[in-house]
Each structure stands twice: as structure tokens, then as C-alpha cells.
Design a protein around this ligand. Sequence first.
Ligand code: NAP
Length: 294
Amino acid sequence: MTTKIIDGKLIAKKVKDEIKTEVAGLIDNNDSTPHLVAIIVGDDPASQTYVASKEKAARSVGITSSVYKFPTDISEEELLNTIDFINNDDEINGLIVQLPLPEHISVSKVIESIDPEKDVDGFHPINVGKMVIGQPSFISATPAGVLELLKRYKIETEGKHCVVLGRSNIVGSPLSILMSKKSYPGNSTVTVCHSKTKDLSSIIKQADILICAIGSPQFVKADMIKPGAVVIDVGIHRIPADNEKGYKIVGDVDFEDVRRETSYITPVPGGVGPMTIAMLLSNTLLSFKKKHDS
Ligand code: NAP
């Protein structure tokens, strides 16, 4: 079987190039430029890295980027006041709060305090609700990245059986809803699987499109796959390896084992991962345009 590798790095670059061209056009027209703010609390190294790469990517396309850094012991009230201040700043189009937050701060309170019009992560209940009923909204970046890959590779989704592994609020649930929507990509018949699902292998075997977001390294093997399936791997894990770094990055899918059974597959790294930041920037530009068109 011929397998096509879905090149997320390439598509993410295309998306960013398109954003860069559009932002350059705004500058030529003497408009202001989109502005993305990230809030980070504490010194978790992974969070610092994520925020730094978001900042770098924003600047690379001409989007203004600012980072508000706070110590772990910031009070919830002070954080909420900062969010309120940013909500009221007309020059800011997108606001993201890097998770996780320290235990004394309520994540839901923080997310709900972000102006839904600036919620470019698409986590606010208003944006989630609009997504569910098919109204224009910010779709959170990772699910949006998966849809964009399907679209750019013109993968047929209508009438297909799409199996989504995982039901988290940020990946599995939104993807299961989006894939069932009366739209493209969408119009699929969707099955959602989770830790309580019985006979998981036989359900995976029925998938024309398999989306994996279970957070378990190399969980999906070749003998679970329907020949010719499209496999989208959202998982990211660092596992020990006998190389210079001492580790390698893998997904929820055992890529080398599974690839030969598939028609399309995303690699890890280089598949869904690079799309997440690209779609965050796309949401920031969208927020800017919504404000300036209204
Ligand atoms: P999560 O919140 O841990 O959710 C995992 C989901 O998988 C849960 O619904 C869980 O079921 C289900 N699950 C776990 N083990 C299972 C099993 N053995 N069989 C069936 N279902 C099982 O994870 P997440 O935040 O959605 O992330 C999933 C993966 O994607 C992680 O590897 C994460 O690092 C990666 N990720 C990547 C990006 C990106 O930019 N590419 C973004 C976000 C996440 P229950 O609901 O029953 O517990």
C-alpha cells in the first residue's frame, strides 16, 4: 500500500507564510498589527519553552507578542485583575494563559475571565458552546490543526467512520464534535473512545479515520488498523532511547509499525505538533480582523 506521510511542518510553514503576508498587508495599509499576549505563572521549564516558541513564532509572522510572567505565589485575585486589564486593552487581540497553573488558582475561573473575543486558545465555555452548535468561534489550536491537515491534504471525511481515541476537553472532545459537523472536514460518523471503552482494538479496527489523543506512547499497533485508514497522531511523548540525547519523541501510534497499513499518517514529531502554534497565530489574526471589520 502506498502511504502518504502528512507533513505538518510543511503545512504549518504554509499557514504561517500566509499569515505573514496578510500581516504585512496590514502594515502597508498603515493599520495596526495583531497583538498576542501570553501569561505564564511559575517557572515550569516545559511551559517556559512553549511560551518562548509561541512568542518566537508570533514575531516571525509580524504579530506583536508580549509575555506577562508571574511568580508561583501570585494570588488568584491579582491574576484575574491582570486578565481584566488585558481584556480592556483595545490594542490586544489575543490572550492565552499557559497551563498548568498553581493549585491555589482555579483554572476554570481564569479561563472564564478571559474575554471570549480574545480567547484565541478557544477554551472559554462561550467559544466551546459556539463550536458545538456550529456558530463561528475560536476553535482551539490543536483540533484546528488536525482539521487543517485533513483539509490541505484533501482527505475525504464525508460518510467515513472516524474513531477518536480520547475525550479530553482540549483535544478528543472538540475533535469528535468537529468531525461530526455538517461541514468539511466533517460529516463523519464518529465514535469516541476512552479509558472505560470495552474492546478498544475492535473499534479501532473499524476506523476509516483514526485520531489518537490518549497520551499513551506507541499504544496503537499495526494489527489494530483497518488497511488504508487515515491515522492522525496527536500524542507527544519523550521516551528513553539509545542515542546521543538519551531520548526520542514518539506519539500515541507506533509509527514504524503502523505506517505500512495506512493511506495517510502523521509522523511524530513533525505532524500535528507544528500545527498547534500555526493555528494559534491564525486565531490571533482572525480576532484582529473581527475587531477591525466590525
Ligand atoms: P488527557 O487529558 O490525558 O486525555 C487522554 C484521554 O485518553 C482521556 O479521555 C482518557 O480517558 C483516554 N485514555 C487514556 N488511556 C486510555 C486507554 N488505554 N484506552 C482508551 N482511552 C484512554 O490527554 P490530552 O490532553 O487530550 O492529550 C493527549 C495526547 O496529546 C498527549 O500525549 C499530549 O501530550 C498530546 N497533545 C499534543 C498536542 C499538540 O500540540 N500536538 C496538544 C495537546 C495534547 P478518560 O477520559 O476515561 O480518562
